[in-house]
Design a protein around this ligand. Structure first.
Ligand code: AMP
Length: 542
């Protein structure tokens, strides 16, 4: 028997139409200078999105052609989020932190036609633009000097001027919910970046999952500060979740250094914010050195992208009364897939045991671990294997790129290694490419890092495996100390004793000014391994 339900498509347009009408009086604030924001209601943003769609049509954007953004998180970027998929085209958010060569590779691979760029990012785009053959037009947001783009042989127009020439209505086409709505490239730490293409349906379902109480629990009373950028994994789905729920958005623009988000939180009083652990760690460090700003408006701090150390959660709990909620996901999973909400009825200490895990899957997502032969392992909290994931907002392939190795019986192989406990909480111990095998046994670089970072003098710690004659591999801890701290390798090793297994204790230590980060803010262990191989790291062996 077929259902009697209407077959109503799940589209980005329906998310946006809801946000700009039902929640039209809510809206987005953009930080335009430290201490200064610009404001627009969702109704105004909806009208401007219609103008943008009109302008893009006039520029020749038809069907599923790609419109790229090279933008910070700001109101105009949100307008592209609202307009481009809804007009049937595909929004391609370019990561501004990639090298020019990679930006050009990705934009050509996606065959972007138009790029919308913030004027402050013109110098970065200028290096890539002459190499992007598919692009014919660049829309410049802001009235900054666009001279650097002029030699690339593209049409350069001002965003506000093209919008001003269009009406506030657009004839939004009907789109198939399974068609492409937007795309993002993976960070490509191995090989070339690969394109993940989201459908209208997957974005709709993902947004709703983000709004649920078991997800990010977002509602119309919230104001969300999206420190995680709109050019990385859809800002964790927060912009569409905001339009769907009526939550206000607070978009930080280019102001991401610890001092400015802290000022923004103090002044604009967001209730929810999301960022990678490195950022929260910087914020913690900043606040310890400059106490005073008030974070008490935050009811929830979302954190993921790499493992959240227990010490970071405890510091936010105790020093600011702010809860960090740990989540796991990937560009390939839209990204929200697991969230570490502890079971009900536990005390703080018991809850922490679950809060430090990568969480359990949210409804719609299936997770499992498998051994080297692809055989599923038990969820016994002990067996360790590769995490596999499937679900309606998990990719089933890559754009114009067969990569059968990444898929297994309809599951995505995540490249993450970990264990699952009987309550379905996942604990990741490593990436497949980062595991350290010492004397035939695995050492978890993630657990070592999280423990070392618990030392009060340590700001950052990244652990890589380095070749060892006797044990094949041994851990090398690359450490950044807090300002003014002078703890030694011996002292750190002594402090670690008893906190991790004895044979895990690193004998190799390197103190550096900063750990290199990838374009998405994770420790770049590929660079660290190369620096070590090229003897660019000063290593102390104790
Ligand atoms: P990306 O596609 O750039 O967002 O990277 C996805 C990868 O980030 C995952 O496969 C994990 O290796 C890592 N990751 C994301 N969230 C977490 C987390 N909460 N803990 C540990 N690793 C994470």
């Amino acid at each position: 028997m077929r259902s009697t339900m209407q077959d109503f498509p799940l589209t980005v347009r329906s998310i946006v139409a809801h946000g700009v009408s039902v929640h039209g009086d809510h809206g987005a604030r953009t930080v335009i200078a430290p201490g200064q924001v610009s404001r627009a209601t969702y109704a105004e943003i909806g009208a401007r999105a219609a103008r943008l769609a009109g302008a893009l049509r006039r520029l020749g954007i038809v069907g599923d052609q790609r419109v790229a953004t090279f933008q910070w998180s700001n109101q105009q970027h949100l307008e592209a989020y609202a307009a481009v998929p809804a007009m049937g085209a595909v929004l391609h958010t370019l990561n501004i932190r990639l090298a020019a060569e990679q930006v050009a590779y990705i934009a050509n691979h996606a065959e972007d036609q138009v790029i919308i760029v913030d004027d402050s990012l013109i110098p970065l785009l200028a290096g890539a633009l002459p190499k992007i053959d598919s692009v014919h037009t660049v829309l410049v947001n802001g009235d900054g000097d666009a001279f650097a783009l002029e030699d690339a042989g593209k049409q350069i127009l001002r965003y506000e001027e093209v919008l001003a020439a269009e009406p506030e209505e657009f004839d939004w086409p009907a789109v198939d919910e399974r068609d492409a709505a937007s795309m993002c490239y993976t960070s490509g730490t191995t090989g070339n970046p690969k394109g993940v293409v989201y459908s209208h349906r997957s974005l709709w379902l993902h947004s709703q999952a983000a709004c649920t109480a078991q997800g990010f629990s977002i509602n119309a009373d919230d104001t969300i500060l999206t420190i995680v950028p709109m050019f990385h994994a859809n800002a964790w789905g927060l912009p569409y979740a905001a339009l769907m729920s009526g939550a206000n958005l607070l978009l930080p623009g280019p102001f991401l250094q610890a001092q400015t988000p802290v000022g923004t939180i103090d002044q604009e009083r967001p209730t929810v914010s999301g960022a990678v652990p490195t950022i929260w760690n910087d914020i913690l460090n900043h606040l310890r050195n400059n106490p005073g700003p008030d974070l008490s408006s935050l009811r929830l701090v979302l954190c993921g992208g790499s493992a959240v150390p227990r010490s970071l959660m405890e510091a936010f709990d105790k020093e600011f009364g702010v809860r960090i909620l740990h989540a796991w996901g990937m560009t390939e999973t839209s990204p929200l897939a697991a969230i570490a909400r502890p079971p009900a009825g536990l005390d703080e200490e018991e809850m922490m045991r679950f809060r430090v895990t990568q969480g359990r899957p949210i409804a719609g997502v299936d997770l499992r671990i498998v051994d080297d032969n692809g055989i599923e392992l038990p969820a016994d909290g002990k067996s360790i294997g590769e995490l596999e994931v499937r679900g309606p907002w998990v990719t089933g392939g890559y754009y114009r790129d067969d990569d059968p190795e990444k898929f297994h019986d309809g599951w995505l192989r995540t490249g993450d290694i970990g264990r699952v406990d009987p309550l379905h909480y996942v604990t990741l111990t490593d990436r497949t490419k980062d595991v350290i095998k010492s004397g035939g046994e695995w050492i978890s670089s993630v657990e070592l890092e999280n423990t070392i970072i618990g030392h009060p003098d340590v700001l950052q710690a990244a652990v890589i495996g380095v070749p060892d004659e006797r044990w094949q591999e041994r851990p090398l801890a690359v450490v950044v100390l807090r300002d003014g701290a002078s703890v030694t390798a011996e002292e750190l090793r002594t402090w670690l004793t008893g906190r991790v297994a004895k044979w895990w204790l690193p004998e190799n230590w390197s103190f550096v000014d900063a750990v290199p980060l990838t374009a998405t803010g994770k420790y770049d262990k590929k660079v660290l391994r190369r620096q070590h191989a090229d003897q660019l790291l000063t290593v102390q062996t104790i």
